[in-house]
Design a protein around this ligand. Structure first.
Ligand code: MN
Length: 238
């Protein structure tokens, strides 16, 4: 992604491969009627693209700073990087999280861990929705996996990058920025949250959890090889 190198004439330089807006992967009308084609196009091609452009500008600025050896603007550029990179990553995840689900609930390990962490799927949905409805300002609600404690959490992300725990892995994200719903739902953010539940691609969320639990970052040191193999294995042995 980020390549330090030199040009063919040996002049020292640093370059990077520019980030691109990733493919949406489905047609703009795929999520209708819960999410209109007009809103999806504006959100993806307009708002998400702006974060990709901002991310590239931040990286360009940092490369320029290194080239000049002048780090006077470093705090601003690090903030710009965190904001735009997080915005890009969250939107990329959001598009994968969405697919009309026809009412199918979560299943398998995802269902098991949701019940383990929140008591029931309904309790999880109520807390997740409440975190969205009450969110102050712009931000997201996320179902995250904490690989150190090996548990699920519901977290609010203020803007894209503030107010959540360090090191958790987002599995399911709900965009609560006004740009995510205002064109279709106006100031009725609860209606957007109801529509969101019709669009959760539980298969995508389950796949992300299945992969995330394989990362062994648990804080406790375990005594034998079998116990440290993977969380997936430990889950299977319960
Ligand atoms: Mn958005």
């Amino acid at each position: 992604m980020f390549v330090e190198g030199s040009d063919p004439y040996g002049k020292p330089m640093s370059t990077f491969t520019k980030f691109k807006l990733p493919p949406l992967g489905y047609a703009y009308d795929s999520l209708e009627p819960a999410y209109s084609a007009e809103l999806l196009e504006l959100h993806y091609a307009g708002h998400h693209r702006a974060y990709v452009d901002g991310l590239n500008r931040s990286l360009e600025g940092l490369a320029e700073m290194r080239g000049k050896g002048d780090f006077a603007r470093i705090n601003q550029l690090q903030k710009d990087l965190a904001f735009n990179y997080s915005g890009h990553l969250l939107h990329s995840l959001f598009w994968r999280n969405l697919e009309p689900n026809e009412g199918a609930p979560p299943s398998g390990q995802l269902e098991f861990r949701i019940k383990d962490a929140f008591g029931s799927t309904d309790a999880f949905r109520r807390q997740f929705g409440a975190a969205g409805a009450a969110l102050q300002g712009s931000g997201w609600v996320a179902l995250t996996y904490d690989p150190m404690q090996e548990t699920l959490l519901i977290e609010q992300f203020h803007d894209h990058e503030n107010g959540h725990a360090v090191g958790t892995v987002p599995l399911l994200v709900m965009d609560m920025w006004e740009h995510a719903y205002y064109l279709q739902y106006r100031n009725k953010k609860e209606k957007w949250i109801v529509a969101f539940w019709e669009l959760v691609n539980w298969g995508d969320v389950a796949r992300r959890l299945d992969n995330a639990v394989c990362v062994d970052l648990a804080l406790e040191t375990r005594g034998n090889v079998i116990e440290t193999a993977t969380s997936r294995f430990r889950f299977a042995r319960r």
